[in-house]
Structure formats: C-alpha cells, structure tokens
Write a protein of this length. Structure first.
Lengths: 354, 367
C-alpha cells in the first residue's frame, strides 16, 4: 500500500491550450495517506475519470507528477504501478467458477496453491460468496457478478491502491446500501488506500473519510462530509451537496459588511478584500427561518414531502428555498425571513471569503 | 342548447376513464381489472417498482396497446381501439429520444410540421416552450451537443408544443444525474400549470410523487392498489402494500401485540403506551424511516437500541441501517450523523406517526 501524491497536475486533450476551458484538469494537488478511504465526486465532465486514468497510468498528464510513496511514477505503465481497478460494469470470466475468478489474479502472479486457497476463501467470506464459490459465474445476478469484480480487486495484498469507478451503477437501488456497507467494512478490515469515483453524493459521502469535489477540471474542496455540508468553500459545493442545495444570491459588500436586499446582515468577521467581479451570499435552506422582521419574500409554492416542507419563495434578488418541518405552519402570501448567521457565507467569484 | 350549457358540458366530460381494463399476454396477466378516472388539469402519478404495470397502463391510455378486455373513454367518447395517431396525445420516455440530425428547433417543431401549422406560428410556439424549458440558447444545436438534461428537456418541449389533451411521461427523469433530476422535478408541475390537459407521470420514486403533488396511484404487480390525492395516499395508505410502495427508504414493519394501553413489538422488548382506541390483539406497525431518528421528535417518543449496519450520508440527511433482534430496519435523520459499523446506538421512534394495520394488512389507524 502506498501514499499517493499528485503534484501540480494538469491535463489537456488538445495540443495547444489558450484558455481555462481547454484543460480537462487544472492545478491538481493532492496528498492521500496510506490506507485512507477517498472519494472523487463531481458531475459528468468534471475531470474525475481523467484524473483516475492518470493515477492508474492509462494516461500521461500534460504537466505535473504522480508519486507513490514519494517516488515519481509518472512515466510507469499500469502494470508497473501495481494497482487494482473496479469498473462500472462487472468484468468477470463467465466460464470460470466464482472461485476461479477470484483466484485468477493470484495465479497470474505465481502464488502457491495453498496461498491462493486461503486468500480466496478469506475474500469469499468477507463478500458472503462462500456458498457460491463453486458455481459458474455466468448464472449470477448483476450484483453477484459485481461482488466478484470487487473480490478480484481486493484479493491481492500487494497492490498500491484500489480504485473504484462508479462500481454500484448496475446494482438494484434497494441493494445498493448492502454493498456500500460491505465496501466500508472491507476498507476497515484490510486498511488499504482506496479511491472511489462517483457523481453520486450519497455514495461519496458514505464511503469516504475525505471527499474531493471536482468542478470543471479543478478541485473546489476537499473535506469530510460535515465540512462539505456545513461550510462549502465554493458555490458549486453548496449547490451539489445537499438536497435541495444551497441558495446562492447576489449581494454587495459595503464597508466589510454584507448588504443583501438593501439590508446590512450582521456578520462576525469584516470582509477586507472587495475587488471581485461578483459577490454572492450562500445560505442553505435548512438554516433559514420565518420571522417577524428581516428579508421580505413572496411564497410561490409549498411542496410537502411527508418529512418536511420545501418552500419556494422569491425576493427581488432571486428565488430562495426554505426547508421547514412537516408540521410547521407556513405563511400563505408574503413573509419575512432571517438567516442563521453561523451558516451564512459570502463568496467572491464563487470562492468563499473568510 | 345555449352556449353556456354546452361549454359547461364539455368541461364535465373532459376526463380519461379506464373501465374494467385488463391486459393479458399469453397466460400472464400484466394488468388486473382496473378502474381509474383521471380528470382534466391534473397530474397523475403512477407509482410502483419495475414490472408493476406502469408502462403497460400508459400504452393502453395512449392507444399504443389494446386492453384484453374493458374500455377506455376519453372526453365522453369510447376510444378503445382508436389508434394513437388519431388521438391527441404525447409521450416522453426514460431514454432521451430526439431526431439526431435535426436541430433542437426542428426537433421541437416536428409535431407541428406534420399537422401543417404555418411557419410563423411554429416559430412563435417553439420559442415559447423553448423559453419555458430553458432551451432558447440551444435552438440551433444538434442533440449530441447537449447534456443529458438538455436532451430530455428537448423531448419534453416536443411533447408540450402541440397542446395535447393527454401527456404521458414514462420515468422521464430516471436517466438523469441526481442534481438534474432534482431541478427538472421541481420545474415539471410549473410546466403544466396553465394547460387544459391530463398528465400521467410514471415513476419508481416516492419522492417524485411527493414533490410533484397532484394525484397518485400506487401499483404492485399489475394491480392499482390505491388512487387519490398524493398526500392523502401517503398519509393514509389503505393497506400495508400501498404504504410499502409509497416509502423510500423501505418502511419498517413489525408485528406487535396490544393489551390495554401497552403496545409491544414481538421478538424484542420495545414497548410504548398509547391511548388510541383499537381492540386488544395482534397488529402490524409500519414506521417510516424519518420517524426513527438519532434525536427526539414529537411529544411521544420511545427509545430503540440498534446495532449499526451502516450510516449512509446524503449531505442533508443520514440513513442509519440497524438491527435489533430479528428486525433489520432503517432510520432517517436530518444532518450528518456518522456511526461506525457494528456500533450500538440509541434511536428514538416518534410514536404519534406510527401506522397500525390489522393482520390482513388493512389500515386500522394512522395514529
């Protein structure tokens, strides 16, 4: 197992780069500890698959270095890197039994029969495949097959890193949590560096201790699930994490204070830098309350989801979503709202101003 | 007849009605005898898992498929057997279906061109729906230059542009990323607000139904279990089947016994007091995941210990799967509640929100 470092990494699929958008990845700096559980999270097109291919050696970066345990491996090919990768769709040998499938990577590396046997049985047990070890893989359900793919990735103890690329796509929604739980448990048991790539926030936040959120080729924030939810460092994180996402609204900065809708909001730290092309205020729907005073809004629509109410409101700066308890009374026409000061943030050109 | 009465008569008649509709394929029954009346200006959700019969029902409604027996009435006319081309209906599917060689404009305009609408009017109507669906800037692009969300918006725009009497949406958001689904789900009800049409929307996701509102029919294995106002069906499921179909994550169920004011879960030692008026005896309870939380909610809560299988985090909510004796349950709390696998944790159940069913699965009371 290895510590993974990405140093000032950039990649472009074009031969000449004139603007930011010509880069699939820009200025990626990452330090991943040996044995950690990490996730790369972002929508399609954010660069996460490019990054994964650079780590696995399928792609050579335009700029920057990849290091395993402080050793530069940027020019090594995938085989030399000693990694295991699990893909979106199960990759298995249909004509082999479950046992033979799991034994395959070990056999290729010339392990002894007894070594192979104990490894395969150990992984088989962890994945609850013991009773089907002698069955042909062809007859299994999609999640059964994907379990074998996972098992093959996990069976070798000499890999530097195990990478998962949207591994639960083919799994029935009602079974996903079972495999999520299995994966997390496996990480705790075997303690290897694991990187999990997904566009699904639940998958990323559930699996990883540290989540790397990517947007348009850049890392916009790395943090624990709590950090990403409570203090988004970039408007995209606010929008992408949480459902509904954060309200992002235009605001002015006057003498270090936030002016929103002509009202000065109380804020603890005074803001010094002001030369942004746009400044915005971010507040999650969870942290807005109805009140006798404050910002005036019109109530547009109330959706009752059974467990809470999602209220669409509008003020002159744009629409604001509010989340309230299912049992709470919602004013009908217009109302006043206040923001929880602790969770109100200001963003300059999309990055948090601290 | 005076004009006033005539107009009124039409409004009364505007509905889609399935009368004893049944569909068999070979020996297999895909739809059991179904009666359903959908009114003008409503959105109707067909909610059920895959193979519940949602798509078959929609195809019968559209005239793409004929029922084995029974009748379909539209606006007071028996339309059973009338081909789809002669009905004024649009359909949107899970897969993004557009003409790959047409621009977005041409795609949206295609149903109008076929019926011979004049170019000026086409331009005006396409422009209007494109604006509604945020496609104005894309009109000259081809579908493969668009994101998945924009492709599905184009398909939706084509369905909306021709002023259909009946719009059928078959899991239109299923192939979209989480965030896009959230966005479009929110916009959908607004799109149909001012239209004199009947909308039918099939989905596997209870949250879709709740966010869209309107009416909901719960379906299981070819049977319509319950039909009514969405929130009513959710809050007062007629039976355990309807309750289960309308719960995601799955509803927690246990057998209980009641004696006086003491209610007790069989197979473990969890019990609570309640003065709801039902006879002593055995029942089943249904507890929605959000009524089991890591914090107390409501005036009457009862503790339950759980051994954590996993905590799944969505950002704003946390699902904790846990076991207690033979029960394998799931709880849903606000915020981020991280628990370790195998950890013993204390959870709180909101007793006032329990659903009680008799041993034949019929609802006895919803608290």
């Amino acid at each position: 197992m290895a510590k993974i470092t990405l140093k000032d990494l950039s990649h472009s699929y074009l031969t000449k780069q004139n603007k930011d958008a010509d880069w699939a990845l820009r200025g990626i700096d990452i330090d991943w500890k040996d044995g950690g559980a990490y996730a790369l999270l972002g929508p399609s097109g954010c660069g996460k698959t490019t990054l994964l291919n650079i780590i696995s050696g399928l792609l050579k970066p335009t700029k920057g270095e990849v290091l395993f345990d402080d050793k530069d491996i940027t020019t090594l090919n995938p085989v030399e890197r000693d990694i295991a990768q699990i893909f979106q769709f199960p990759v298995i040998y249909d004509t082999m039994t479950v046992y033979e499938n799991l034994a395959f990577p070990l056999k290729n590396r010339g392990l002894s029969k007894t070594e192979i046997d104990s490894k395969v049985k150990e992984i088989g047990e962890m994945l609850e495949l013991t009773s089907t070890l002698n069955n042909k893989a062809a007859g299994l359900t999609a999640d059964g097959k994907q379990k074998i793919s996972l098992g093959r990735g996990l069976v070798r103890s000499d890999v530097n890193v195990i990478m998962f690329d949207e591994p639960l796509t083919v799994i029935d929604p009602h079974l996903k949590w079972v495999l999520r739980s299995k994966l997390k448990e496996l990480h705790q048991k075997i303690n290897r560096t694991m990187i999990y790539v997904t566009h699904d926030q639940i998958e990323a936040l559930t699996f990883a201790d540290q989540v790397v959120v990517m947007h348009e080729g850049q890392i916009v924030q790395t943090g624990t699930p709590v950090e990403l939810f409570e203090k988004p460092k970039h408007t995209f994180v606010g929008h992408f994490i949480g459902s509904p996402g954060m309200n992002i609204l235009p605001c002015e900065i006057e003498n270090g204070q936030i002016n929103f809708e002509g009202k000065i909001l109380p804020n603890s730290t005074s803001i010094k830098k002001t030369n942004f092309s746009k400044t915005q205020l971010g507040i999650r729907p969870e942290f807005i309350n109805f009140s006798d005073e404050g910002i005036e809004v019109k109530i547009k629509r109330v959706s009752d989801t059974g467990r809470h109410k999602v209220i669409d409101t509008e003020c002159s700066s744009g629409s604001i979503k509010i989340l309230a308890n299912a049992s709470s009374e919602i004013p009908s026409d217009s109302a006043h709202i206040t923001f929880d000061q602790k969770y109100t943030y200001v963003y300059g050109d999309d990055w948090i101003i601290e | 007849m005076p004009l006033f009465f005539k107009a009124k008569l039409q409004i009364i008649n505007m509905s889609l009605e399935l009368k004893n509709v049944e569909k068999k394929v070979g020996l297999e029954t895909h739809i059991y005898s179904t009666n359903l009346k959908l009114e003008k200006n409503t959105i109707n959700i067909l909610l059920g898992s895959t193979l519940a019969g949602k798509t078959t029902l929609m195809q019968i409604m559209a005239g793409l498929d004929k029922p084995t027996s029974g009748e379909i009435w539209f606006n007071g006319e028996n339309v059973t057997g009338k081909e789809v081309q002669k009905r004024n209906c649009s359909m949107v599917y899970q897969q993004f279906i557009n003409y790959p060689n047409f621009t977005v404009f041409e795609n949206i305009a295609s149903p109008l061109k076929i019926t011979g609408v004049k170019p000026d009017e086409i331009k005006a109507r396409v422009g209007k729906v494109a604006e509604l669906l945020k496609l104005s800037a894309m009109l000259n692009k081809k579908p493969d230059e668009l994101s998945g969300g924009q492709q599905q918006r184009t398909a939706l725009a084509r369905a909306l542009v021709k002023d259909s009497d009946l719009i059928l949406l078959d899991e239109p958001l299923a192939n979209l990323d989480f965030k896009l689904r959230e966005e479009l789900r929110e916009e959908l009800p607004k799109l149909f607000e001012d239209r004199d049409c009947i909308v039918v929307y099939a989905t596997t996701e209870p949250l879709d139904a709740l966010m869209i509102g309107g009416n909901t029919a719960t379906l299981l294995e070819g049977n319509v279990i319950q039909y009514g106002k969405t929130l009513n069906v959710y809050n007062k499921p007629e039976n355990l089947i309807s309750a289960k179909v309308f719960s995601d994550p799955p509803m927690n169920i246990a057998e209980i016994s009641k004696s006086g004011e003491i209610f007790k879960i069989k197979d473990n030692n969890v019990q609570w007091k309640s003065n709801i008026k039902i006879k002593d005896g055995n029942y089943k309870i249904g507890i929605r995941p959000h009524n089991i939380t890591t914090y107390k909610e409501g005036d009457n809560s009862v503790e339950i210990n759980g051994k954590v299988l996993i905590s799944e985090l969505s950002g704003s909510e946390s699902l904790i799967h846990f076991t207690n004796g033979k029960l394998n349950w799931v709880s849903l709390s606000n915020g981020i509640q991280q628990k370790n696998i195998g950890e013993n944790t204390k959870l709180f159940m909101n007793v006032d929100e329990f659903l009680y069913f008799d041993m034949n699965n019929r609802l006895v009371t919803n608290g």
